[in-house]
Design a protein around this ligand. Structure first.
Ligand code: KIV
Ligand code: NA
Length: 274
């Protein structure tokens, strides 16, 4: 089995074969993707996808640590990256270092991801200089939903310069890669061509150096809404509900458990095994 890549291995994949990534929050899902992904992100999307929160703002360090530990148990071949939750890094580089180090120490993640471009460049530099690899996340940054005013495309028309500046700022600050979320295709291609670190697209462009999706979105488990950039590779939510409905009907009809699921009153007599 191959050894998991580290942040420098990921950085070195710039311009190479596309990097493959998904989010995971649990051990069994991490196991399913371990041999198919270069890195797995313990995303703060966990709050919306598994905990029913209406945004990522309520996600805590404790939640990230618990899910990070679960994912780590399911990974051997893929690298693990973990999101810094809202309010765990924005206050100061020192606060960011303290919480990033805590996340890595508790979970074994090989890098952290945080949201922000120009305004986070000093923080990224502070972390990287002190041994913490950082994946940046620009374009649509869901932790800023209240100031962005909605989950809108970021970087169209006169907004493009700002996103481009963010991409250069996080690169110069030492990020080993950058997620581009919900930015126009042409801008994503321009950024990918213009910076020296891999771009990881989600709602960006097939020309990015890699792609990421939220696993519950692409498997059809999360159905509260479906962004345009999500492709449902399977529709497991309805399949799961059909199975649950069948179970309920069989219990009500006393058709479950059946003979093969129940135990006899007496132990089977011992005899030669056939
Ligand atoms: O939390 C998350 O799932 C993410 C990805 C969508 C990049 O940040
Ligand atoms: Na996230």
């Amino acid at each position: 089995r191959k050894k998991a890549p580290n942040a420098e291995d990921i950085r070195a994949r710039k311009g190479d074969d596309p990097l493959v990534s998904l989010t995971a929050y649990t051990t069994p899902m991490a196991r399913l993707m371990d041999n198919h992904c270069d890195f797995v992100l313990v995303g703060d999307s966990v709050g919306m996808v598994l905990h029913g929160l209406s945004s990522t703002l309520g996600v805590t360090m404790e939640m990230m640590i618990l899910h990070g530990q679960a994912v780590a148990r399911g990974l051997e071949a893929a690298m693990m990256v973990i999101d810094m939750p809202f309010a765990s890094y924005e206050e100061s580089p020192e606060q960011a270092f303290r919480n990033a180090a805590h996340l890595m120490a508790e979970t074994g993640a090989g890098a952290v991801k945080l949201e922000g471009g120009v305004e986070m460049a000093d923080t990224i530099r502070f972390l990287v200089k002190r041994g913490i690899p950082v994946m940046a996340h620009i374009g649509l940054t869901p932790q800023s939903i209240n100031t962005l005013g909605g989950y809108k495309v970021q970087g169209r028309d006169e907004q493009a310069e700002a996103v481009l500046a963010d991409a250069h700022a996080v690169t110069e600050a030492g990020a080993f890669s950058v997620v581009l979320e919900k930015v126009p295709q042409g801008l994503a291609d321009q950024i990918t061509a213009g910076i020296a670190i891999p771009t990881i697209g989600i709602g960006a462009s097939a020309g990015c150096d890699g792609q990421i999706l939220v696993v519950d979105d692409m498997l059809g488990f999360f159905t509260a809404f479906k962004p345009k950039f999500v492709k449902r590779y399977a529709d497991l939510g309805p399949l799961a509900e059909a199975a649950i409905a069948e179970y309920a009907a069989e219990v009500r009809a006393r058709n479950f458990p059946a003979a093969e699921h129940v135990f006899a009153d007496h132990a089977p007599t011992k005899g030669p095994k056939s």
